[in-house]
Design a protein around this ligand. Structure first.
Ligand code: SAM
Length: 260
Protein backbone atom coordinates (compact mmCIF):
# COMPACT_ATOMS: atom_id res chain seq x y z
CA UNK A 1 0.00 0.00 0.00
CA UNK A 2 1.34 3.48 -0.86
CA UNK A 3 1.48 6.27 1.73
CA UNK A 4 -1.54 7.96 0.08
CA UNK A 5 -3.51 4.70 0.12
CA UNK A 6 -2.84 4.24 3.84
CA UNK A 7 -3.93 7.82 4.64
CA UNK A 8 -7.00 7.58 2.40
CA UNK A 9 -7.97 4.31 4.03
CA UNK A 10 -7.60 5.97 7.43
CA UNK A 11 -9.77 8.96 6.43
CA UNK A 12 -12.46 6.63 5.13
CA UNK A 13 -12.42 4.63 8.36
CA UNK A 14 -12.57 7.81 10.44
CA UNK A 15 -15.75 9.10 8.80
CA UNK A 16 -17.33 5.64 8.81
CA UNK A 17 -16.68 5.40 12.55
CA UNK A 18 -18.20 8.72 13.45
CA UNK A 19 -20.71 9.58 10.71
CA UNK A 20 -23.77 8.23 12.55
CA UNK A 21 -22.96 10.61 15.44
CA UNK A 22 -21.83 13.50 13.24
CA UNK A 23 -25.04 13.46 11.24
CA UNK A 24 -27.02 13.69 14.47
CA UNK A 25 -25.07 16.84 15.25
CA UNK A 26 -25.89 18.25 11.79
CA UNK A 27 -29.57 17.61 12.62
CA UNK A 28 -29.13 19.25 16.02
CA UNK A 29 -27.62 22.27 14.28
CA UNK A 30 -30.73 22.41 12.04
CA UNK A 31 -28.88 21.85 8.76
CA UNK A 32 -31.61 21.50 6.15
CA UNK A 33 -31.74 19.91 2.72
CA UNK A 34 -32.10 21.96 -0.45
CA UNK A 35 -29.12 24.25 0.21
CA UNK A 36 -26.08 25.38 -1.69
CA UNK A 37 -23.23 23.74 0.24
CA UNK A 38 -19.50 24.43 0.15
CA UNK A 39 -17.30 21.64 1.51
CA UNK A 40 -13.79 22.94 2.11
CA UNK A 41 -10.86 20.48 2.08
CA UNK A 42 -12.98 17.56 0.86
CA UNK A 43 -10.01 15.18 0.60
CA UNK A 44 -10.76 12.02 -1.40
CA UNK A 45 -14.53 12.59 -1.15
CA UNK A 46 -15.60 10.26 1.66
CA UNK A 47 -17.41 12.99 3.60
CA UNK A 48 -18.75 14.45 0.36
CA UNK A 49 -20.38 11.10 -0.37
CA UNK A 50 -22.09 11.08 3.04
CA UNK A 51 -23.32 14.65 2.58
CA UNK A 52 -24.62 13.93 -0.95
CA UNK A 53 -26.65 11.04 0.44
CA UNK A 54 -27.93 12.89 3.49
CA UNK A 55 -29.02 15.98 1.56
CA UNK A 56 -30.41 14.70 -1.78
CA UNK A 57 -31.84 18.10 -2.78
CA UNK A 58 -28.74 20.15 -2.01
CA UNK A 59 -26.04 21.18 -4.44
CA UNK A 60 -22.39 20.82 -3.45
CA UNK A 61 -19.15 22.53 -4.29
CA UNK A 62 -16.39 20.37 -2.83
CA UNK A 63 -12.91 21.90 -2.85
CA UNK A 64 -9.39 20.95 -1.92
CA UNK A 65 -6.14 22.80 -2.47
CA UNK A 66 -4.52 19.68 -3.87
CA UNK A 67 -5.39 18.95 -7.50
CA UNK A 68 -4.25 15.36 -6.98
CA UNK A 69 -6.76 14.98 -4.15
CA UNK A 70 -9.52 16.46 -6.30
CA UNK A 71 -8.64 13.86 -8.95
CA UNK A 72 -8.97 11.12 -6.31
CA UNK A 73 -12.34 12.51 -5.22
CA UNK A 74 -13.45 12.66 -8.84
CA UNK A 75 -12.59 9.00 -9.33
CA UNK A 76 -14.21 7.98 -6.03
CA UNK A 77 -17.41 9.91 -6.62
CA UNK A 78 -17.84 8.78 -10.21
CA UNK A 79 -21.51 8.18 -9.53
CA UNK A 80 -24.61 9.83 -10.87
CA UNK A 81 -24.82 12.93 -8.73
CA UNK A 82 -27.42 14.56 -11.04
CA UNK A 83 -25.10 17.52 -11.55
CA UNK A 84 -25.36 18.26 -7.85
CA UNK A 85 -21.60 18.18 -7.30
CA UNK A 86 -18.75 20.39 -8.54
CA UNK A 87 -15.24 19.38 -7.53
CA UNK A 88 -12.87 22.32 -7.67
CA UNK A 89 -9.23 22.87 -6.78
CA UNK A 90 -9.20 25.89 -4.43
CA UNK A 91 -7.05 27.09 -1.53
CA UNK A 92 -9.29 28.52 1.18
CA UNK A 93 -6.46 30.86 2.18
CA UNK A 94 -6.53 32.35 -1.31
CA UNK A 95 -9.90 31.43 -2.67
CA UNK A 96 -11.17 32.09 -6.18
CA UNK A 97 -14.71 30.91 -5.52
CA UNK A 98 -17.68 33.21 -6.13
CA UNK A 99 -18.65 35.40 -3.17
CA UNK A 100 -22.04 35.34 -1.43
CA UNK A 101 -23.06 32.06 -3.06
CA UNK A 102 -23.32 29.44 -0.30
CA UNK A 103 -25.93 28.73 2.40
CA UNK A 104 -23.62 26.41 4.28
CA UNK A 105 -19.86 25.87 4.49
CA UNK A 106 -18.40 22.77 6.14
CA UNK A 107 -14.73 22.22 6.91
CA UNK A 108 -13.95 18.88 8.50
CA UNK A 109 -10.41 18.15 9.70
CA UNK A 110 -9.09 21.03 7.59
CA UNK A 111 -8.46 23.85 10.06
CA UNK A 112 -5.79 21.73 11.80
CA UNK A 113 -3.76 22.08 8.56
CA UNK A 114 -4.07 25.85 8.11
CA UNK A 115 -1.29 28.27 9.02
CA UNK A 116 -3.77 31.16 9.16
CA UNK A 117 -7.18 29.95 10.40
CA UNK A 118 -8.45 33.53 10.91
CA UNK A 119 -7.81 34.29 7.23
CA UNK A 120 -9.71 31.13 6.30
CA UNK A 121 -12.68 32.28 8.40
CA UNK A 122 -12.52 35.72 6.76
CA UNK A 123 -12.52 34.14 3.28
CA UNK A 124 -15.32 31.70 4.10
CA UNK A 125 -17.44 34.59 5.38
CA UNK A 126 -17.10 36.27 1.98
CA UNK A 127 -18.24 33.10 0.22
CA UNK A 128 -21.33 32.63 2.41
CA UNK A 129 -24.65 34.31 1.77
CA UNK A 130 -25.87 36.64 4.47
CA UNK A 131 -27.38 34.36 7.16
CA UNK A 132 -25.27 31.44 5.88
CA UNK A 133 -23.94 28.87 8.31
CA UNK A 134 -20.36 27.74 8.91
CA UNK A 135 -19.62 24.38 10.57
CA UNK A 136 -16.09 23.38 11.51
CA UNK A 137 -15.25 19.89 12.76
CA UNK A 138 -11.78 19.19 14.11
CA UNK A 139 -9.59 17.64 16.77
CA UNK A 140 -7.54 18.71 19.75
CA UNK A 141 -4.76 16.25 20.52
CA UNK A 142 -4.65 17.21 24.22
CA UNK A 143 -8.23 15.94 24.36
CA UNK A 144 -8.11 13.41 21.54
CA UNK A 145 -10.02 10.87 23.62
CA UNK A 146 -8.98 8.04 25.92
CA UNK A 147 -7.93 4.43 26.00
CA UNK A 148 -8.45 2.18 29.01
CA UNK A 149 -5.94 0.73 29.72
CA UNK A 150 -4.01 3.73 28.51
CA UNK A 151 -1.23 3.27 25.92
CA UNK A 152 1.70 5.60 26.46
CA UNK A 153 2.96 4.92 22.90
CA UNK A 154 -0.20 6.51 21.46
CA UNK A 155 0.46 9.68 23.42
CA UNK A 156 4.04 9.72 22.13
CA UNK A 157 2.81 9.17 18.58
CA UNK A 158 0.28 12.00 18.82
CA UNK A 159 3.03 14.29 20.04
CA UNK A 160 5.12 13.30 17.01
CA UNK A 161 2.20 13.95 14.62
CA UNK A 162 1.50 17.26 16.38
CA UNK A 163 5.12 18.38 16.04
CA UNK A 164 5.25 17.36 12.35
CA UNK A 165 2.02 19.20 11.59
CA UNK A 166 3.20 22.26 13.52
CA UNK A 167 6.42 22.30 11.48
CA UNK A 168 4.22 22.48 8.35
CA UNK A 169 2.23 25.41 9.79
CA UNK A 170 -0.68 23.35 11.13
CA UNK A 171 -2.07 22.94 14.62
CA UNK A 172 -3.53 19.72 15.98
CA UNK A 173 -4.67 21.63 19.07
CA UNK A 174 -7.09 23.72 16.98
CA UNK A 175 -10.19 22.18 18.63
CA UNK A 176 -9.95 24.51 21.62
CA UNK A 177 -9.89 27.60 19.37
CA UNK A 178 -12.93 26.91 17.20
CA UNK A 179 -15.44 28.92 19.22
CA UNK A 180 -13.15 31.94 19.51
CA UNK A 181 -12.23 31.86 15.83
CA UNK A 182 -15.88 32.13 14.87
CA UNK A 183 -16.68 34.70 17.53
CA UNK A 184 -13.70 36.86 16.47
CA UNK A 185 -14.78 36.37 12.85
CA UNK A 186 -18.10 38.08 13.62
CA UNK A 187 -20.31 34.99 13.53
CA UNK A 188 -23.52 34.98 15.55
CA UNK A 189 -25.39 32.22 17.41
CA UNK A 190 -22.11 30.35 17.78
CA UNK A 191 -22.49 26.81 19.12
CA UNK A 192 -19.59 24.72 20.38
CA UNK A 193 -19.90 20.99 20.95
CA UNK A 194 -17.68 18.05 21.82
CA UNK A 195 -18.69 14.74 20.28
CA UNK A 196 -17.42 11.49 21.85
CA UNK A 197 -17.24 8.34 19.72
CA UNK A 198 -16.88 5.33 21.99
CA UNK A 199 -16.23 1.61 21.70
CA UNK A 200 -19.52 1.06 23.56
CA UNK A 201 -21.31 2.65 20.59
CA UNK A 202 -19.40 1.29 17.63
CA UNK A 203 -17.52 -1.71 19.04
CA UNK A 204 -13.89 -1.94 20.08
CA UNK A 205 -12.77 -3.50 16.79
CA UNK A 206 -13.82 -0.34 14.90
CA UNK A 207 -10.91 1.40 16.64
CA UNK A 208 -8.40 -0.91 14.91
CA UNK A 209 -8.78 1.54 12.01
CA UNK A 210 -7.55 4.40 14.18
CA UNK A 211 -4.92 2.40 16.04
CA UNK A 212 -3.82 0.87 12.78
CA UNK A 213 -0.79 -1.43 12.58
CA UNK A 214 -0.48 -0.84 8.79
CA UNK A 215 -0.01 2.84 9.45
CA UNK A 216 2.69 2.08 12.03
CA UNK A 217 4.49 -0.16 9.50
CA UNK A 218 4.27 2.65 6.96
CA UNK A 219 5.64 5.21 9.44
CA UNK A 220 8.55 2.84 10.07
CA UNK A 221 9.17 2.31 6.34
CA UNK A 222 9.28 6.10 5.83
CA UNK A 223 11.76 6.48 8.68
CA UNK A 224 9.27 8.29 10.91
CA UNK A 225 9.55 5.62 13.62
CA UNK A 226 12.50 3.47 14.63
CA UNK A 227 12.12 -0.31 14.42
CA UNK A 228 12.00 -0.56 18.23
CA UNK A 229 9.32 2.12 18.46
CA UNK A 230 7.23 0.46 15.74
CA UNK A 231 7.43 -2.98 17.39
CA UNK A 232 6.53 -1.51 20.79
CA UNK A 233 3.48 0.28 19.37
CA UNK A 234 2.26 -2.72 17.37
CA UNK A 235 2.61 -4.96 20.44
CA UNK A 236 0.71 -2.46 22.59
CA UNK A 237 -2.11 -2.30 20.00
CA UNK A 238 -2.30 -6.11 19.91
CA UNK A 239 -2.52 -6.31 23.73
CA UNK A 240 -5.15 -3.59 23.79
CA UNK A 241 -7.44 -5.24 21.23
CA UNK A 242 -7.05 -8.72 22.67
CA UNK A 243 -8.78 -7.77 25.94
CA UNK A 244 -12.59 -7.64 26.14
CA UNK A 245 -12.25 -5.10 28.94
CA UNK A 246 -10.51 -2.45 26.81
CA UNK A 247 -12.39 0.79 26.19
CA UNK A 248 -11.72 3.48 23.58
CA UNK A 249 -13.10 6.93 22.99
CA UNK A 250 -12.19 9.60 20.46
CA UNK A 251 -13.41 13.15 20.75
CA UNK A 252 -14.31 15.60 17.98
CA UNK A 253 -14.93 19.32 18.38
CA UNK A 254 -17.62 21.03 16.38
CA UNK A 255 -18.40 24.67 16.10
CA UNK A 256 -21.24 26.29 14.19
CA UNK A 257 -22.20 29.90 13.61
CA UNK A 258 -24.05 32.20 11.21
CA UNK A 259 -22.90 35.11 9.09
CA UNK A 260 -24.90 38.18 10.06
C1 SAM B 1 -7.39 15.43 6.84
S1 SAM B 1 -7.98 15.83 5.26
C2 SAM B 1 -9.74 15.85 5.57
C3 SAM B 1 -10.56 15.41 4.41
C4 SAM B 1 -12.05 15.39 4.67
N1 SAM B 1 -12.56 16.71 4.96
C5 SAM B 1 -12.38 14.46 5.82
O1 SAM B 1 -12.83 14.92 6.86
O2 SAM B 1 -12.16 13.24 5.66
C6 SAM B 1 -7.62 17.54 5.08
C7 SAM B 1 -7.80 18.04 3.68
O3 SAM B 1 -7.71 19.48 3.69
C8 SAM B 1 -7.03 19.87 2.54
N2 SAM B 1 -6.48 21.23 2.75
C9 SAM B 1 -5.44 21.58 3.53
N3 SAM B 1 -5.21 22.91 3.46
C10 SAM B 1 -6.14 23.41 2.61
C11 SAM B 1 -6.41 24.71 2.12
N4 SAM B 1 -5.66 25.77 2.47
N5 SAM B 1 -7.45 24.89 1.28
C12 SAM B 1 -8.21 23.81 0.91
N6 SAM B 1 -7.97 22.56 1.32
C13 SAM B 1 -6.96 22.34 2.17
C14 SAM B 1 -5.96 18.81 2.35
O4 SAM B 1 -5.47 18.76 1.02
C15 SAM B 1 -6.73 17.53 2.73
O5 SAM B 1 -7.30 16.91 1.63
Amino acid sequence: MSKIDVFNEKMKSQINMSWAQEEKVLDLLNVEDGKSVLEIGCGPGFVTEKLLNKYPNSTFTATDYSQQTINHANEYLMVDTNNRLSLIQDDILNSNLPEGKYDLAIARYVFQHLNDPSLAIHNITKLLKSGGQLIIIDVDDDMWGMLEPSIQEVKNLLKKFGNDQKAGGGNRLIGRDLWKLMDDGGYIDVNYLALPITSHQIGLQAFTKLLDTNQIRMLYSYGMLSKDEAIKIIDSFKDFFSSDDSYAMSLLFISSGFKE
